[in-house]
Design a protein around this ligand. Structure first.
Ligand code: ATP
Ligand code: MG
Length: 399
């Protein structure tokens, strides 16, 4: 048994000692066999949720109707799900009902891809009913069973296929790819939030160009918000050298930039994708900085207004296009700004009124802006007396 599972092993043993079956399943098994880091450990068991709760003192009901209970053990949580089958799928998304079963095979059969349908026993034995190990070896994403049926049951699986292609740098098996092409329109039945999660993971994978190519070729993009008429712009991303992005805001900023959206259109586009307002705010900061890097017009004030995080994100996006500055050079430029935030100024609106004799009103705001710009650009020292004197002069000039 791989070392990473050692702390979780007693949990499986305890379930088995109570007379049930229990296995590690899903992404943690797949990623461990690939030698990739894992983020959480999922357990599948023949025990019903009530039975799990009787065995362990500390549990949390995270999704009890779907059979999921979280077991807390030595500070770690293990999502533990009763073997189940799903039936119905009348609306191409959620199953109409979940039925608990006592057979591991039934549970593995309802999983999406062969590489996600592996189970690992407490003694290290791998249960591989669909040739998932061979597919891991061949770097192949292949539907469990008939692709058409599986995508009819749950159309989100098509987005999951392209996201795993990108995340793992795997190839989608031909019949599975054909199934996606045929069923792509069903994606319109899926909640945008769920598509968004998979698409973002695609953009952040280790080979986004390969997942994106399948996303375009199969026509999935046509059923995503704001992309139906964007095949040309999306395809241009495929000819850029294999790029890699670090976080969600970089991914969405890159997409918006590539689609040529104005800062006004960005909010509308991202709202259709149901991203958070926080993300929209970040993307709107990043995009003008990418344009500044492209035009070599990035000045002190633009860097000050954007802030370091957005500047770093913009530089990562600019790397795709060959417009980036060397990271240390850009950081140095930013670090040498006289101030990084307006609260580092030695004056503010209050002191301009109290000590500079400036009257409240719109003029006050304009003077404060002019002084900020002058300090950021190094034309005035960030010194209280200097700035108060300059404020008086500006007030006289502007009358
Ligand atoms: P990640 O590393 O991104 O978490 P994962 O494989 O663990 O990858 P999850 O979305 O966490 O993906 O799902 C856990 C497991 O549940 C999958 O490995 C798969 O076996 C099964 N699964 C998840 N979503 C579906 C689906 N829509 N249809 C069928 N099986 C699914
Ligand atoms: Mg997971």
């Amino acid at each position: 048994l791989p070392a990473i599972f050692a702390p979780a092993r007693p949990v499986l043993q305890k379930i088995e000692q109570a007379g049930f079956e229990a296995y590690f399943v899903g992404g943690c098994v797949r990623d461990t066999i690939l030698g990739d880091p894992i983020h959480d450990i999922d357990i599948a068991t023949s025990a019903y949720p009530s039975e799990i709760k009787a065995i362990f003192k500390r549990t949390v009901d995270t999704g009890i109707v779907h059979g999921t209970v979280m077991i807390l053990d030595h500070g770690t949580g293990y999502e533990t799900t009763t073997f189940r089958t799903e039936s119905g799928y009348q609306d191409y998304r959620r199953p109409d009902s979940v039925t608990f079963v006592r057979s591991l095979a039934e549970d593995l059969k309802r999983r999406d891809f062969t590489i996600n349908a592996l189970a690992l026993r407490e003694n290290g034995e791998v249960i591989d009913l669909f040739d998932g190990l061979a597919d891991l070896d061949r770097h192949l994403i292949r539907a469990v069973g008939d692709p058409n049926e599986r995508f009819h049951e749950d159309a989100l699986r098509m987005m999951r296929a392209v996201r795993f292609a990108s995340k793992l740098d795997f190839v989608i098996d031909q019949p599975t790819l054909a199934g996606i092409r045929e069923n792509a329109p069903l994606l319109s039945k899926i909640a945008v939030e769920r598509i968004q999660v998979e698409f973002e993971k695609l953009l952040l994978g280790q080979r986004p160009v390969s997942g994106l190519k399948d996303f375009i070729d199969t026509g999935l993009y046509r059923y995503c918000p704001g992309l139906v008429d964007q095949e040309a712009a999306l395809s241009q991303l495929l000819v850029l050298n294999n790029w890699q992005l670090e976080n969600a805001q970089q991914a969405w900023a890159m997409l918006c930039f590539q689609l040529g959206l104005s800062n006004k259109q960005v909010a509308g586009f991202l709202k259709r994708w149901k991203t958070s307002n926080d993300l929209i705010r970040q993307v709107k900061r990043i995009i003008p900085l990418v344009a500044g890097l492209r035009d070599k017009s990035l000045d002190a004030m633009a860097m000050f207004a954007g802030g370091w995080d957005a500047l770093h994100d913009a530089n990562q996006v600019a790397k795709l296009y060959g417009w980036a500055e060397e990271d240390p050079v850009l950081e140095k430029r930013y670090q040498t700004l006289p101030i990084k935030s307006s609260n580092e100024l030695t004056i503010d609106g209050r002191s301009l009124m109290a000590d500079g004799g400036i009257k409240p009103g719109p003029q006050l705001g304009r003077i404060l802006n002019d002084l900020t710009t002058a300090v950021v650009e190094g034309r005035l020292a960030n010194n209280r007396d200097t700035l108060l004197t300059a404020a008086r002069t500006l007030a006289e000039e502007k009358g």
